[in-house]
Structure formats: C-alpha cells, structure tokens
Ligand binder design. Structure first.
Ligand code: GMT
Length: 385
C-alpha cells in the first residue's frame, strides 16, 4: 500500500503514535508519506520506504495567520497525484479531517478516488472538538471520513455522546514498540540520579493544564516525607515555568529535576520505580503505557481511557482527579514494600504486552484493507504492494 500520513510533528501523543505507526508500516514493506509542517519528532533515521513532505505556509502581508489548511490540502493533492497514493490516514481531527475531506474532493474532481481514515486521539474530541468554534466541522468530517478509529473505548463513548455520529467507529488502542521501550540496564544513570539508592519517580508530559503537573509535585512531597526519593519531570509546555516556580517555592526543588524534552525517554524509564499521571483528561495515556513497558507501575487518575491501561491494584493505582492524599498513599504502599513493588512491576510489563505493536499493527493493516475494499474506485488503478 501507499499511505499518506498527516499528523502534528510535535511531542504530543497523536504525533508520536502516527509516526510510530508509519515507521512500523514502512518496516512491513508499505510506502509511507508523512505530510506535515516539520519532520515528526520520532522520525529520526533514514528509511527506504519513508518519505517526508514539508508543508510550507508562505507568509503574505494580507494574512494575519498563514493559511495552513489550504497549504496542507494542496500538498496532499500534489503528493497523492504524483506518488499514486492509495489512502490517507490523518491523526487528530482538527484540522486534519476537514483538510482531508477537501483534498479527497479535489482529487475526486480529477478522477482520483483516494479515501481517508481519521484517527481521533483525545483533546480533538474531549476539549477542543466540542468547542462551538469547531464542533460543526469536526462532526461533519468525522461522519464524512471513509474510516474512523479511536484510541480507546472511553474515547468512542465520548465521541458518540458529544457529536451526532451516523457511522461506525473502530477502537484500535495505542501501542508500544518493545524494541525500544523495555527495561535495560542503565544502572549508571540510576547511580547518577539517585546516588544513595533513593526511589526514582517519573512524570512525562507536554505540561499542559490538563496534565496537572502541580499534583505531581504535591504527591512527590508527600512521598519524599516518608521515603528518600527523587523526582524527574520530563517534557515542556505552557505550564512548565509556573510549575517550576511553584516547586522552588514549596521545596526549593530539592530532589526534583526538570529535564525538559528528552529523546531517549526509555533510558530514564528503565531506572524508574514509579510513574505519575494525575491528568484531568486522558483518552488513553500513551506515556503511562510506555512506562509500563519498561516495568514501571503507574499512579494515575481514573479518567477517560486510563483504566483500560492501568489496572487498579495490579499494575498501579487509580484515584479521583486531584486526590493527592490517595495518590500519595498508593505510591507509598508500593515504595515501602519491595516485594509488592516487584510484583506490580511484573504486572505492568504483562499488561503492556497486550498493547505490543506486534498485536495492534495487524488491526490497522486490516482496517486499511477494509476501507480500500469499501471504497474501490470504478476506474482507479491501485498500487499492488
Ligand atoms: O495531550 C497529549 O498528550 C497530546 C494528545 C494529542 O492528541 O496529541 O494526546 C492524546 O493522544 C494520545 C495518543 O493517542 C493519547 O494516548 C493521550 O491520552 C491523548 N491525550 C489526551 O486525551 C489528553
């Protein structure tokens, strides 16, 4: 197959998932074309089957905002025509589903029938998509897509309750690549970060308000009152400065380190004892899954799709959003009991294996085939590999 992938190239979960999926498809012999405004963060190395096409939104004095949607649709038409793509897979509905709808119709007017699949990731539904400024377009383009997938059962329920949906939606969970995310021996890191054998707690996110990074600090304070520990905060985003200031104020950031964006997150996860995800909203929680694959139990909130990943009392614990005391109590119950912690680490790995790339990739491939079958053009010549 020749697949055009449209996604955000940033550190957000949707871009990460889209990129990993594209790489895995390319490994299986498909030809993958990423179309976006910058090289996606996880697209690091050269691959014979992968192409990257940069969308350039040229500035013009008249435009206060560069018309990215128009530039992207034009690029999609150009790439699909020249490379004879079979289908588009667009990640995150806004604006990608609407742009794909436009590109598909332009291509149709030229006699080319190229269907598009939209994958809904989370805030495109739960936060941004239901905003009045976007709702009619999101609803229309979900219904007008040739295929729609969501990353959890919870997100499917949210989509059906927030919009008038008149089509099937397929759940294909997020996945993790065990070639990269697995426990490896990084004891030299552990010694450098926690020289006196302190427990190591990790949080990774894009530091948006809904990630509630302040709660991570508050939970950590309660933990470190009883167990010598260190906290690593990985990532960056709008709340970083505020949270860092708060941290300096309440504990001078002793035992807390803000590491900013890190490419090799798995090397830090490999030496961690606990992962904290106190989010106010989370359609799946890919970062928690990546931690679990590295044998790190998860202390999280109980919202959205998190309970589909983190199993309460087995792979970690779930608490109500904002219930700092409960999260700290749960964390301490593991950190003060080495046998229990080891058991939870093994359970976390076993649960993560259910979301192994090797198990999820065939679901995407089968869905691509199904959508192509359903949308077989009368005259289009499809590529064969
Ligand atoms: O909020 C983020 O971390 C980014 C966001 C995105 O769409 O870029 O992530 C969402 O997609 C991930 C991959 O499908 C999910 O694992 C995250 O749970 C989801 N984030 C939210 O729902 C807040």
């Amino acid at each position: 197959m020749k697949i055009g992938i449209v996604c955000y190239p940033t550190y957000g979960g949707s871009g990460v998932l889209a990129t990993e999926l594209g790489i895995a498809m390319a490994d299986k012999g498909h030809e993958v074309h990423f179309i976006t405004y910058r090289t996606p963060v996880r697209l690091a190395a050269f691959h014979t089957n992968i192409f990257f096409h940069e969308v350039e939104g040229d500035g013009y004095a008249l435009f206060e905002y560069a018309p990215y949607d128009t530039a992207l649709a034009s690029k999609m038409v150009d790439i699909a025509t020249f490379f004879k793509l079979d289908l588009f897979h667009v990640h995150y509905a806004i604006p990608h589903a609407a742009v794909a709808f436009l590109a598909r119709n332009i291509l149709k007017s030229k006699g080319l029938h190229i269907p598009f699949i939209t994958t809904l990731h989370g805030t495109d539904i739960t936060l941004v998509g239901t905003n009045k400024s976007f709702l009619p377009v999101v609803e229309f383009t979900i219904n007008a897509s040739d295929g729609v997938t969501v990353v959890s059962e919870s997100l499917k329920r949210d989509t059906l309750s927030s919009f008038k949906i008149n089509r099937d939606i397929k759940v294909i969970h997020n996945f993790v690549d065990f070639k990269r995310f697995r426990k490896t021996n990084k004891d030299h890191f552990k010694k450098a970060i926690a020289p006196d054998g302190e427990k190591l707690i990790i949080h990774t996110s894009n530091f948006r308000k809904l990630k509630r990074v302040d709660d991570v600090i508050k939970v950590f304070q309660k933990i470190s009152d009883q167990v010598p520990s260190k906290l690593l905060l990985i990532g960056d985003g709008p709340d970083r400065q505020r949270v860092e200031e708060y941290c300096r104020e309440v504990c001078q950031c002793v035992d807390v380190r803000f590491l900013g964006r890190q490419d090799a997150v798995e090397e830090l996860l490999a030496v961690a004892d606990l992962f904290i995800m106190p989010s106010a909203s989370e359609s799946f929680g890919l970062a928690a899954l990546e931690a679990m694959a590295c044998e790190v139990p998860v202390i999280s909130s109980n919202v959205g799709g998190i309970p589909e990943v983190n199993i309460h009392g087995k792979t970690g614990f779930l608490s109500d959003v904002g219930d700092i005391d409960d999260m700290a109590k749960n964390a301490l119950s593991l950190l003060l009991d080495d046998q229990k912690l080891t058991e939870f680490k093994q359970n976390a790995l076993a649960q993560a294996q259910k979301f192994d790339l090797a198990n999820i990739l065939p679901a995407y491939e089968a869905y691509y085939q199904e959508v192509l079958e359903k949308n077989k053009p009368p005259t289009n010549v499809q590529s064969t590999n």
